[in-house]
Design a protein around this ligand. Structure first.
Ligand code: ZN
Length: 187
């Protein structure tokens, strides 16, 4: 009965101290300080690796983007490798191709050709061989209502694609695990 990961609520919200770190990291990243945000994301990800691997995977991905934005190719590559490996290991099939495409593009745009090539060589075949994304995520979001763009608790970005719906109107924040309610548009 726990086979469907998408509908299994397996991630309890983070504790108060962890949410504080995450909120600070999101704020720094949003204020043009990716170099200060990146180690906070990476540290929190490492802390959650074992107990909350899906949240940890998303945080490694955030750390990779922040390190790349800060011009630190080596740390960005390390975080991207860990994030992608975990997305694949935990069958997060909506996240892996999206993150793979985004981080490869970012590496190339920032002149980090070595990192882009490494990711493509190591993960291109694996991401490509994963099952296709679930159909019509946009329609799913519409049916559920409108989600806020950021988590009210930790400030992390909210993606309706691949979200874990707790009930008809509620998703779980992919970073901190807080339930986030969608607003249903009244006719
Ligand atoms: Zn959150």
């Amino acid at each position: 009965m726990f086979r469907n990961l998408r509908t299994t609520v397996q991630n309890a919200p983070l504790n108060a101290a962890q949410i504080e770190v995450l909120a600070k990291a999101n704020q720094l990243a949003g204020n043009g300080n990716p170099g200060d945000a990146a180690p906070l994301f990476a540290e929190l990800a490492r802390e959650l690796d074992v107990l909350r691997p899906r949240q940890a995977a998303n945080l490694h991905a955030r750390a990779a983007h922040a390190y790349a934005d800060a011009g630190n190719a080596q740390s960005a590559l390390t975080q991207a490798r860990t994030g992608l490996s975990m997305f694949i290991q935990y069958r997060m099939v909506d996240r892996s191709p999206v993150f793979y495409a985004n981080i490869t593009r970012k590496f190339n745009n920032k002149g980090m050709k070595g990192a882009a090539t490494a990711i493509q060589n190591e993960f291109g075949g694996k991401v490509g061989s994963l099952p296709p994304q679930s159909p019509a995520p946009a329609k799913t979001a519409l049916r559920h209502g409108t989600l806020p763009t950021n988590c009210p608790k930790c400030g992390g970005p909210v993606h309706s694609e691949g979200a874990s719906w707790i009930d008809n109107q509620t998703i779980e924040c992919e970073y901190c695990g807080t339930p986030i309610r969608a607003t249903v548009n009244k006719p």
